[in-house]
Design a protein around this ligand. Structure first.
Ligand SMILES: [Fe+2]
Length: 184
């Protein structure tokens, strides 16, 4: 039997994707207005600072029912005031769509928030696996000194609803207090 080489490769030690249909998006501080609570600290920082990047294998067109998307997120270490660098966080546009995350490198926190605002959290470490149920917003926070790399797989018709989180935020924050992270 002939066996062709896969069109995409993943470096399982870093999460890095290379090959066909791989795209990358970058979120700098200037793209994250209103996400961090300390506005003065936010404005004092270089707006070009990269907070996180997402590599995606987007073989399916966004919105395709029945398909899957796959990606790696890299959240860089840093803080705005006392708040650690984190992703914008989102509900899925199709609220019932679930997602898997898994830890690859670094040390983080995954925040989950229900539609009624209850927040729970799981520690993200290399090899940790996280199931995000439908109707649940999710946000990654880097509480470590190194890059936090997290893999993800989600339905291609899930979509992202960032507006809800931008408006009301997460009801719990991850802040540094006396040198250690606190969820409060
Ligand atoms: Fe998601």
């Amino acid at each position: 039997m002939e066996c062709s080489k896969a069109k995409v490769q993943i470096d399982t030690s870093t999460g890095k994707l290379t090959g066909e249909d791989v795209s990358k998006s970058t979120r700098q501080l200037k793209h994250l207005q209103g996400i961090f609570e300390d506005q003065a600290a936010y404005e004092a920082m270089n707006p070009e600072t990269i907070v996180y990047e997402v590599e995606m294998h987007d073989k399916e067109t966004l919105g395709t029912e029945g398909g899957l998307l796959f990606g790696t997120s890299y959240i860089y270490p840093g803080k705005v005031g006392k708040e650690y660098f984190m992703t914008k966080g989102h509900f899925h546009q199709k609220r019932n769509r679930a997602e898997y995350y898994w830890g690859i490198q670094g040390h983080g926190v995954l925040l989950f928030m229900s539609e009624t605002g209850e927040v729970t959290a799981e520690e993200v470490l290399p090899c940790s696996l996280h199931y995000i149920q439908g109707y649940t917003a999710h946000r990654l926070v880097n509480i470590g000194e190194d890059v936090l790399a997290v893999g993800a797989c989600w339905p291609s018709d899930a979509g992202h609803d960032y507006a809800d989180i931008l408006e009301r935020g997460f009801s719990k924050k991850v802040r540094e207090r006396n040198g250690v992270p606190f969820i409060e």
